[in-house]
Design a binder for this molecule. Sequence first.
Ligand code: SF4
Length: 433
Amino acid sequence: MDGIKRRVAFHTLGCKLNFAETSTIARSFPEERFERVPAASGADIYVINTCSVTDTADRKCRQAIKKFIHQSPEAIIAVVGCYAQLNPSKIASIPGVDLVLGTNEKFDIAGYLSGFPKKGKQGIHSCAFSENDTFNPSWSAGDRTRSFMKVQDGCDYSCSYCTIPMARGRSRNQGISSLVEEAGRIAGRGVKEIVITGVNIGDFGRSTGESFISLLRELVKTDGIERFRISSIEPNLLTNELISLTASEPKIMPHFHIPLQSGCDRILALMKRRYRRELFAERVASIKSFLPGAGIGADVIVGFPGETDEDFEETYSFLEGLPLTYLHVFNFSERPGTAAEKMTGKVPYPVREKRSRRLISLSEAKHRTFCVENEGKSCSVLFEHSKYAGMINGFTENYIKVELPWENAIAGRILTVRLGDISLSGKVKAEII
Ligand code: SF4
C-alpha cells in the first residue's frame, strides 16, 4: 500500500432504508485507507446507492451515475442497491461504470474495491432472488439529530405494482436484543430520535418469531433516545394494541404514516392489497380515538391500470372525508416483471398528472387545517442541526414542521414551543416557552 488514502464519496437515492444502509456501508471503509469526501467534490471512488420504486427513480439513478462519471472520469464508479439488484446489466452497460453490486453484496463493497486497482476493469455481482436472505443491520449517522434505524428488510406481500420483494427478498429481521444494542450505539452518538425503518416493518418478527410491539416495548427502554418514530406501517398490521401503546408511551411519537394506495375497493383488489378501504377508515378512527392530536399521513397511487374517473372520485371523496394530515401522492409507474405491468386499461399520463395534482392540493388543504387546529398549542420540537435561509427547523411529535430564526444553542435539542400560524413556506412559526 502506498499510504495514500483513497477519497470515497457516497450518493443515495430513494428511501430512509437506503440512507441507513449507505451510512452503514460508509462506516465499513477503513479510515486508515479511505477518506470520506462530499460527492460534489472530486473523489477516487463513488458509491451510488440506487432505488427502483418507479421509472422516475430509475431515470434519476442513471442521471446521477452519468453525472459522477462526467465529474470524475478517472474515478471508480460503484453502483449498489435496488436498481443494481433488479437491473445489473443495464447499469453495467453505462460506459464508465466499474462495479455493480446487488442487495447482499453491497455490504462487502470495501472488500470488492480493495481488489479494484484501477479504472476500466468491470465487476458485476448481484445475488439471485433466492439467496437474498441475509439481514444486514444498518443505521444512519450523518444527521446528529435523528437516525434511521433498519429493523426489518424484504417483503412477503405481492402487491401487483411492486418490485421491492424482487429487489430485497423475503421478509426478515434482526433479533430484538441485538436491535436494542444497536439503539444503544446510536444513543452513544448523541442522537435524540430514532426513525424505525424497513420495508414492511409491521411484519417484524417473521424470521425470529418475535413481534413488532415487543420490539417497541424494548426499544423505548434505551437511555438517551427520547423519541421513536414509526416510519410507515401497513394498515392491516396497525393493531389497536400498537395504537394504545403509542398513546401510553411518551417516547413513541403520535405520528402514523400508512400506505393506503387507493380509496376504491375495486382498485385495491387489482393492486392485491391485503385490506379494503373500510379497514383503513376504521384504523384512522381508532388512532383518533386514542390520540386525537396525532399526525396521520397516507400514500396514494393515482392512475393505476383500469382506474376510471368514477374510481378516482371515490378515492378523492374517501380521502376528503378522513381526518388525515398529509398525503404522499405517486403516479402509477409500470414496473418490469410486475402483474400490473401487463394489465389493460392504461391511464394516459396527462390524466395521471391531473389526478395527482388534485390530491396534492387536497393534501396541502388537510395539512393547513391540521396546523390551524394546532395553533396556540404547546408541544415539544426536536430542532435540527441544519440551517436553511437563516432559519432552524424541527418536527413536533405529531409531525408538524416548525421554523425559528437560527440559534446555535438550540440545534439538536428538544424544546417546548407554542405553535403559531403557518408561514408561506408551509412551515409553522413557533416561540420557545
Ligand atoms: S407491502 Fe406491497 S407495496 Fe409494500 S413493499 Fe411489500 S409488496 Fe411492495
